[in-house]
Design a protein around this ligand. Structure first.
Ligand code: FAD
Length: 472
């Protein structure tokens, strides 16, 4: 039976309104008070979409073949691809669809596996394996998104082209090597340009040149997330929101999953698509990721046309360790993000910081007003690649985490890989599980200390050797 769920609808601009997600002090949204005194306002993404379907909370005991826990991009894509292959699948989300990182990110589509780009893949793997992994995380990831959007007729403001802008002359060497490594792996969408040519794309005097990437791009991530769920429901999938998984227990005939108000028996498998929260459910002492907080804002409509700043409408990452990233969104607004902190900053401090960064990059903007500011959480591994796992047990448990603030495109591709692995149709997920990860004993608890220490060490390194690029 198909659920009565609509495709997401993009608004012309925004509607200032209350968020339909539950509040959390670590994932907050701020709205400029001149748009109303709203206690828990929607962030830019929720505000720029029409109100959407609300799924009921699970209030009974149910059974399915596969249970997907988490309604972000990874969970939504896994569920869609399972259902498309005829697997009886249920998805549960503790808050609302896209209320985690998937509906709070920068919306930049870039290739790679978290912080592993082509060079890291060449360093760690054989040429054939590196080539396979690179294409999986780049050309295949982008093509998959396009094919889903077409198949289910989803509007997401998807645009092509991406820029990495060099903040130091020396970083152009690293960008040239990065483009060269991609060519070596058989993917040729990049071009390194100097200062004057880059200025045609980004009207900021801060850069020495950059890498133009025709493969990357940008997208409305919450629309994508809702679109994947729409597809899942079209395939007969069941979704429960406001349904938190509390514990899991493997028995003779399946995995029994306890949620707030009901129990789910997964007859064949469970997928943990809960990002940095995997460890709560896996109950592991040694963990492979450290969580950190990161921030995004959207300006009020600018006094000038956005194409006077970004004439080709390409989103930008810069090459600082403490990265600035930005892109144009609806009605001449600039969406701008950055920072990674061990403790969660408040809205005032974040707004002040991001506004300062916008004025630094585009001093020609005389007036910068922020309409929306919000926080998000992500997690990093020691080696920089995403940690993908499949348990050896009778009923496999899949888990993927360690995104380092990347993954909009790759969550979608990995979701398909999990579904294909479950159905025995491909070895793509097995390839991901071969990447070894280091345990970080108590790393998660120590995040507030470890993150500033690591930033301090990198900052010192950057001061001593500013031409060496260590970008996030
Ligand atoms: C501020 C920010 C900016 C970013 N910018 C970019 C970018 O520009 N480009 C890019 O590629 N990547 C970016 N990322 C990273 C990207 O957003 C993530 O890699 C991706 O969204 C991860 O998707 P996910 O589905 O694994 O996790 P999430 O979207 O976090 O989804 C996990 C879901 O699981 C739910 N959940 C957790 N525990 C339970 C439980 N016990 N029971 C039920 N449900 C549960 C949560 O509520 C959540 O909805 C950014 C991340 C952040 C935070």
């Amino acid at each position: 039976m198909k659920n009565l769920v609509n495709q997401p609808v993009l608004l012309n601009d925004v509607e200032f309104k209350a968020s339909q997600t539950l509040t959390s002090h670590k994932e907050w949204n701020w709205l400029n008070p001149q748009h109303g005194d709203i206690q828990h306002p929607a962030n830019y993404y929720e505000s720029s979409l029409a109100d959407w379907h609300q799924f009921e909370c699970l209030n009974a005991d149910v059974e399915c073949d596969v249970l997907v826990i988490g309604g972000g991009l990874l969970g939504a894509s896994t569920a869609l691809h399972l259902a498309e292959q005829g697997v009886d699948t249920v998805l549960v989300e503790k808050n609302r669809i896209g209320s985690g990182a998937s509906g709070r990110n920068g919306g930049q589509l870039t290739p790679g596996l978290a912080r592993w780009e082509a060079e890291e893949m060449i360093e760690h793997l054989s040429h054939a394996d590196a080539k396979k992994l690179w294409h999986f995380t780049s050309t295949e990831a982008m093509d998959l998104i396009d094919s889903i959007l077409e198949r289910y007729d989803i509007q997401t403001a998807r645009k092509r082209g991406h820029i990495t802008a060099a903040v130091h002359q020396g970083h152009l060497v690293a960008l040239t090597q990065s483009g060269d490594a991609r060519k070596y792996l058989g993917e040729d969408h990049t071009q390194v340009v100097g200062q004057h040519e880059l200025y045609e794309y980004v009207k900021s005097k801060n850069y020495f040149g950059g890498l133009i990437d025709r493969l990357g791009g940008h997208i409305h991530p919450l629309a994508l997330n809702r679109g994947l769920i729409y597809g899942f429901c079209q395939q007969g999938g069941q979704v429960y929101e406001h349904t938190e998984v509390i514990s899991m227990q493997e028995r003779e005939d399946g995995i029994y999953v306890e949620t707030t108000n009901g129990c789910i028996k997964a007859r064949k498998s469970v997928v943990l698509a809960v990002h940095h929260a995997s460890f709560k459910l896996l109950q592991e002492k040694n963990q492979t990721t450290i969580p950190f907080y990161t921030y995004v804002c959207t300006t009020a409509p600018l006094e000038i046309e956005i194409n006077e700043l970004l004439p080709h409408d390409h989103p930008v990452y810069d090459t600082q360790f403490q990265i600035d990233y930005y892109r144009g969104v609806s009605k001449n607004r600039l969406l701008f993000g950055g920072q990674g902190t061990g403790n969660c900053w408040n809205a005032e401090k974040t707004g002040h910081y991001l506004k300062g960064r916008i004025q630094h990059v585009f001093p020609q903007l005389e007036q910068v007003e922020l309409d929306f500011v919000w926080s998000g959480t992500t997690d990093l591994t020691v080696n920089g690649a995403t940690d993908s796992r499949k348990s050896e047990s009778k009923f496999p448990i899949y888990a993927v985490h360690g995104w380092s603030g990347h993954g909009v495109a790759q969550t979608v591709r990995i979701g398909k890989a999990i579904a294909d692995d479950f159905c025995g149709n491909s070895s793509d997920f097995e390839m991901l599980t071969q990447i070894q990860h280091q345990d970080i004993l108590w790393g998660r608890a120590l995040a507030p200390v470890v993150i500033p220490m690591a930033k301090g060490a990198y900052g010192l390194g950057a001061m001593m050797n500013p031409g060496k690029m260590v970008s996030f």
